[in-house]
Design a protein around this ligand. Structure first.
Ligand SMILES: Cc1cc2nc3c(=O)[nH]c(=O)nc-3n(C[C@H](O)[C@H](O)[C@H](O)COP(=O)(O)OP(=O)(O)OC[C@H]3O[C@@H](n4cnc5c(N)ncnc54)[C@H](O)[C@@H]3O)c2cc1C
Length: 387
């Protein structure tokens, strides 16, 4: 690894979402020196542009059967998180649970990847609820997003990582160099983990990046212990995440996320009341037991009976908050590769003239950043080792 004098060349990582943090942890574990620059960090207030804290989040791959790379990234992340859950228990901020996937459209089936997950089963036709044409179940994982981000940040600093919490976004990759200490050697690389920020970050300016707005409702429902999803319409369309999806994501903390929406190109930061009503209605159909036990009508039928119509207002007393996030989508999908080197004059006193700094991109994860995070982080380490 090149370095000047006795000081190690740092790697600058831009972004402190789940992608920037997992990438930085793996780089430190591979003996690199890492400094992160970011405007939003795990203690920042919830904001749609800080997608990692707004997410559900469950491990539920969208990888098409022929997409070897995405399958590998998702499966590797599953393996890492399963181990974390087994070793750390409550401190992992991960919940291991039974996941049931329902498909409401004739001909729609589960992806092949699910068949490799623990306890995989196809639900018998006679056991399907009226709204489903097909269903599978398996063991999966959900993440308590903010606690998990805090855990990653604590691990990052314990491994010797440093960071700057910026007051304003960097205008460009080049401007990141202004944040190096004056005595710092030339950075070994810059890793771009800015998510939706890559749309406007100078030197990247990726105009194929766009938001896929997602709105969810966070409930306090610790009695819910199973994850469920209903997919209506085709999942693997051009975006790889098509159709309407209703999901129930219980977290270890007892919070339950119900969702969701996918609104391409929609920058509305505020939760829409009519969307929240629709989410509650869909969620109650898929999981009537969301209704608090003491509010259940005498005619209440547990799942899979769907003959009852439960009022969405039954959930109102357990609503903790409404959340909106902008999934960082990209035409052509995830960008995980070495980009053009950055030609820059270092403000540092130890380097003179123009330097070329390798840039590695890790952005555009859309609705799948949590479930492929560790796989992507390890891919970045592999790219950096080859510089
Ligand atoms: C409702 C919803 C549900 C979701 N559910 C799931 C799920 O179940 N499973 C799953 O895997 N994924 C899910 N996702 C998607 C997932 O949240 C994202 O793919 C992931 O969070 C992207 O992480 P990131 O680190 O790239 O981006 P972010 O978390 O947005 O982080 C970007 C970072 O870059 C920084 N930054 C950006 N621009 C600049 C700049 N110019 N200067 C300095 N810093 C900058 C930001 O401050 C921030 O620190 C969901 C998303 C939403 C909205």
């Amino acid at each position: 690894m090149p370095s000047q004098g006795s000081e190690k060349s740092p790697i600058l990582v831009i972004g402190m979402g789940v992608i920037g943090l997992t990438t930085s942890v793996r780089l430190l574990q591979a003996s690199h020196k890492v400094h992160i620059l970011a405007t939003q960090i795990p203690s920042s207030p919830l904001d749609p542009t800080y997608c990692s804290s707004a997410a559900g989040a469950h491990h539920l791959s969208f990888a098409a059967d022929d997409d070897e790379r995405q399958r590998r990234l998702d499966m590797r992340t599953f393996e890492v998180m399963m181990k974390e859950e087994a070793e750390e228990g409550k401190a992992s901020a991960i919940l291991r649970l039974t996941q049931r996937e329902f498909y409401g459209t004739e001909g729609e089936k589960h992806i092949e990847l699910f068949e490799g997950l623990p306890d995989f089963k196809v639900v018998l036709k006679e056991d399907l609820p009226a709204f489903a044409k097909h269903a599978v179940s398996f063991t999966s994982l959900t993440m308590d997003t903010t606690p998990y981000l805090h855990k990653l940040l604590a691990l990052f600093t314990s491994l010797g990582g440093t960071y700057t919490h910026l007051a304003t976004p960097l205008p460009s990759l080049t401007s990141a160099l202004n944040h190096l200490p004056s005595s710092s050697p030339t950075p070994l690389a810059i890793i771009n983990c800015t998510g939706i920020g890559s749309l406007t970050l100078g030197d990247v300016d990726d105009k194929t990046v766009y938001p896929v707005r997602g709105q969810v409702v966070v409930l306090d429902a610790p009695w819910i212990k199973e994850g469920r999803t209903l997919q209506v319409g085709q999942l693997n369309d051009a975006s790889g995440e098509g159709g309407e999806r209703t999901y129930i994501i219980p977290r270890r903390s007892g919070q339950v996320i119900i969702g969701g929406t996918r609104e391409n190109g929609d920058w509305c930061k505020d939760p829409r009341p009519e969307t929240a009503e629709d989410i509650k209605r869909r969620a109650l159909l898929l999981f009537p037991e969301l209704c608090p036990p003491h509010l259940r009508p005498s005619t209440f039928n547990p799942f899979p009976s769907t003959t009852q119509s439960l009022s969405s207002s039954l959930l109102d007393n357990i609503i903790l908050k409404h959340v909106v996030g902008f999934r960082p989508a990209r035409e052509g999908g995830l960008r995980l590769e070495r980009g053009d080197d950055l030609a820059a004059s270092l403000p540092s006193s130890t380097a003179s003239g123009q330097v070329k700094i390798p840039v590695v991109h890790n952005y555009g994860h859309s609705g799948a950043g949590w479930q492929c995070s560790w796989g992507c982080a390890e891919e970045v380490v592999r790219i950096v080792q080859e510089l």
